[in-house]
Structure formats: C-alpha cells, structure tokens
Design a protein around this ligand. Structure first.
Ligand code: PMT
Length: 218
C-alpha cells in the first residue's frame, strides 16, 4: 500500500505514562516508555501532517518535524490535548493514569513508628479520550488504544463503544516482545466496520499501518 500523504492535516498524539504525585518525592506511574506514541507522531510528521505530540515523562528524543508538549500528570495531559484542538485526528497512545491521589502532600510523607500500612485515597482522573470524542471540536478521527492482559478484541470493542471513538488499537501488555517498553508490538485495531490485525512488527512499521487506517477515506 502506498503511504497516504497527510499534508494539510493536523494530528494530535499523546504518548508515554503520566505520573501522579503523592508528595515531593513519590509518584504513581506506569511502564509506558512512550515508544508507540512517538513512533506514530514521527510517522505522521514524515507524511506531512502538522503534528503535536503531548508527551508524558519519557526519555525519548523529539521526532523531526514534531511539535512536542511535555506534561507530567493526567490533568496536565488533558489540558495540553484540549489546547491542541482543533485537529483532524487525535490518537491516544498515552498510558494515562486512571487514578490520582486526592491531594499531593506538600511535604514528604513520613513513616510513623507502629504503622504497618498506609492507606491512600485516590480519585478518578479525567478520561481524556472520551472527552475528546465528545468535544464540540471533535476531531474527525478519534483513536484510542487498549492495553490488555486478556480478551483483546472484546475489551477493545468495549472501549470503542464506551468512549465513543472511531478506532481502538488493542495491544497485549505484560508479555515479552510487545506492549510496554519493547521496540516491537502487535495491534488488533477494532473499528465500527471491522477488525485489522497488524504485526507483530516494529512500532515504527505499526505506526505507519495504523495511520493508513486512520486516514482511510480522507
Ligand atoms: O509507551 P510504550 O512503552 O511504547 O507502550 C505502548 C503502550 C502499551 C502504552 C500503548 O500501546 C498503549 O496501549 N497505550 C494505551 C495505554 C492505556 O492507558 O490503555 P487503557 O486501556 O488503560 O486506556 C484506553 C484508552 O483511554 C487509551 O487510549 C488511553 O490513552 C485513554 N485514557 C485512559 C485513561 C484516562 N484517564 N484518559 C485517557 O485518555
């Protein structure tokens, strides 16, 4: 398949984890390296799209031609993504935390003698993907990811409907050679008109194939 040009399109991609601070020392994070989202942003820019990459805390260089906005928390990621609209597509590859501490302590939480447990109160973060899909300036294509340890297709399809998006790229996590951190992955892309199995392959190759699906009919 010939790579579709994305000249004249604006694409917003989120990538990486979010870190939810407990105190000035500790945070709740996850294992996302940002590789999948960075590969998508790089591929979009190579195809000529005006590309905004909203990146959680990761150790990756900014791809050529990409406008990068660095964020730390889910709330910051939401604000940066919404500020980047309007766009033709939003692709949510970030592993956004579902929960955040009700309040981050201003000072380091201390261990107290005699206490063997610590109870944290967590509250839900904004669902950025669902918010973008319901936004008055909704991009024409809204694409989510589903990080799953089982039942990939059923879980991806459930997210497709629950979040009101156009495509969900399901991937297995917690396995060697795919998902988090790896250079490679495999995607089961669920849409309203069918399912596409991509890979296993490098995240760079998969990013191009995913963009082909996103841009179908443009
Ligand atoms: O970064 P890598 O190391 O390369 O790993 C890639 C990846 C495994 C992180 C990536 O391929 C991936 O699956 N990203 C989504 C991870 C995730 O948070 O999945 P989820 O099933 O919990 O979330 C579903 C969708 O909702 C995602 O598009 C997510 O960005 C979005 N979401 C989730 C929670 C939230 N509060 N806001 C969101 O927008």
């Amino acid at each position: 398949m010939t790579a579709s040009s994305l000249a004249g399109r604006r694409i917003v991609v989120s990538a990486g984890p979010t870190f939810e601070d407990l105190d000035p020392v500790r945070f709740i994070g996850n294992r996302s390296s940002g590789r999948m989202g960075f590969a998508i942003a790089a591929a979009a820019a190579r195809r000529g799209a005006d590309t905004v990459l909203v990146a959680g805390p990761v150790q990756l260089a900014t791809p050529a031609g990409v406008h990068r906005v660095d964020v730390r928390s889910a709330a910051q990621l939401r604000d940066a993504v919404l500020a980047a609209l309007p766009a033709d597509a939003y692709i949510g590859a970030a592993a956004v935390a579902d929960w955040t501490p009700r309040a981050a302590a201003a000072r380091k939480l201390k261990k107290r003698d005699g206490e063997d447990t610590l109870t944290l109160e967590l509250v839900r973060t904004p669902d950025v993907l669902a918010e973008v899909a319901a936004h008055p300036r909704r991009p024409r294509r809204v694409v989510g990811f589903a990080a799953e340890t089982e039942d990939l297709e059923a879980n991806a399809r459930a997210k497709l409907h629950a979040k009101g998006v156009d495509l969900v790229a399901g991937n297995l996590v917690g396995i060697a050679g795919g998902g988090f951190e790896s250079e490679r992955n495999a995607l089961l892309v669920v849409g309203h008109d069918g399912v596409h199995a991509l890979g296993p392959d490098t995240k760079t190759v998969l990013a191009g194939q995913l963009l082909d699906l996103v841009a179908r009919g443009w």
